[in-house]
Ligand binder design. Structure first.
Ligand code: HEC
Ligand SMILES: [Cu+2]
Length: 390
């Protein structure tokens, strides 16, 4: 590069850098897209504290960055001393002391201050989050069977008290969530309801959620609603929260747990209380047995149920009211009422359901459901049967 071009490059650099920075900031500062699982769109007391801490850290980081770059640019563009003249830099130059002061203040005192401040703020936030019923609000060991009908209410009455105060009273609904490779079991112990990959709760009511795992370590995370909750085998972690705004909040597994870790989504569906009560009542219903004597479509359903009960399906899946009581796969009692298949990987449509039954490994490679090996007619019948399980 000629010296002229070199000089031009340096002259233009600040303008170009400033332009790029502006572009970056304007891109990053757009509104959070609707439905995005963003911690910067808090919906509860706990996530509001976490988001605030996040913003403070971003602001501090930006300020420190700006100061460092200003100092750097100042040094780069400072008029230079004439080169080569010994007189320009005599031994023991008087400005050495000033340099040391800058290093001591800017390089040691200020960073220490910033770090200590952030540490203090983080500790305060952690306490707030625990008080709001966040992770660590109540820890206890499971009573054994994760499907156990009744949570040990006694164990959390004391430790959860602070949390339930913040979340708005004694928890109205108990939900247990069990992480599995690679989906989520969702149990309502009081209502005796089991579903998968979607958690319905009423808006405005305090919810107590207990999280555990059946196999490896997972992490339960609904960024808009709570901090991450470890899902550990043999241990139960609890959070209490209340969401006032009805909506569908996306959740995910945030601890690498194997091949399909990235396909382990779920939805937290916050509904008006009446809608939730309707959903719960529908989930409690035992599906009626198909009647083989009725219309031909019904007999296809009856045939599908026979195939389901006779083949491997029933060993891994449960359908209440039938002999199928497997627990290795999601409970299918009301599978047709769910929004997705395969833990949020596919929309629950008849076509996708058929594809899943024909070749689950193509739909979600590596998942724990083997290829069923059914004839075309059997698949049609099984899908017709599953579609009645609303
Ligand atoms: C060895 C156990 C096993 C067998 C046998 C099995 N499944 Fe599955 N099935 C699973 C597992 C595990 C999943 C969850 C996969 C995932 O999301 O990672 C699943 C998922 C499903 C789903 C999607 C449910 C949802 O809510 O996402 C359907 C539908 C299904 N299986 C139907 C069947 C049918 C029909 C049969 C018999 C032809 C069958 N399964 C046989 C283990 C099994
Ligand atoms: Cu996981």
């Amino acid at each position: 590069m000629s010296s002229e071009a070199y000089a031009l490059f340096w002259r233009r650099l600040p303008a170009v850098a400033a332009g790029l920075l502006l572009l970056l900031i304007s891109g990053a500062c757009g509104p959070v897209p609707a439905g995005a699982p963003s911690p910067l769109d808090p919906q509860t007391a706990a996530t509001a504290s976490i988001a605030q801490l996040g913003w403070v850290m971003i602001a501090l980081g930006t300020a420190v960055c700006a100061a460092v770059f200003a100092a750097l640019l100042g040094a780069l563009f400072r008029p230079r001393r004439p080169v080569g003249g010994e007189a320009a830099a005599p031994a023991g130059a008087p400005d050495r002391g000033g340099g040391n002061t800058a290093v001591v203040i800017g390089g040691m005192a200020l960073p220490a201050l910033v770090i200590v401040f952030v540490l203090g703020y983080t500790i305060v936030t952690l306490r707030e989050v625990a008080g709001a019923g966040g992770p660590g609000a109540a820890l206890h060991s499971p009573a054994g069977d994760p499907h156990g009908a009744h949570a040990d209410h006694g164990a959390h009455a004391g430790s959860g008290a602070a949390g339930s105060g913040r979340a708005g009273g004694e928890p109205a609904i108990d939900v247990r969530v069990i992480g599995r490779q690679w989906w989520w079991d969702v149990v309502y112990p009081d209502a005796q309801v089991i579903t998968a990959n979607e958690i319905h709760v009423p808006a405005g009511a305090p919810i107590r959620l207990t999280v555990t795992s059946q196999d490896v370590i997972h992490s339960f995370w609904v960024p808009q609603v709570a901090g991450k909750v470890d899902a550990l085998p043999g241990k139960t972690n609890a959070i209490t929260f209340r969401v006032d705004q009805p909506g569908v909040y996306r959740g995910l597994c945030s601890e690498f747990c194997g091949l399909q870790h990235a396909h382990m989504h779920f939805s937290l569906i916050v509904e008006p209380p009446e809608a939730f009560a309707g959903w719960l009542a529908a989930q409690q219903r035992v599906p009626p047995a198909p009647n083989p004597d009725e219309a031909p479509a019904e007999s296809l359903v009856a045939q599908g149920q026979r195939v389901f009960l006779r083949s491997s399906c029933a060993q891994c899946h449960a359908v209440r009211g039938t002999a199928a009581a497997g627990t290795r796969g999601p409970d299918l009692t009301h599978v047709a009422s769910r929004r997705t298949l395969g833990a949020g990987t596919h929309e629950n449509t008849p076509a996708n359901l058929a594809r899943w039954v024909i070749d689950p490994q193509a739909m979600k490679p590596g998942n724990k459901m083997p290829e069923p090996n059914l004839t075309e007619g059997e698949v049609r019948a099984v899908v017709a049967y599953l579609e009645t399980l609303e």
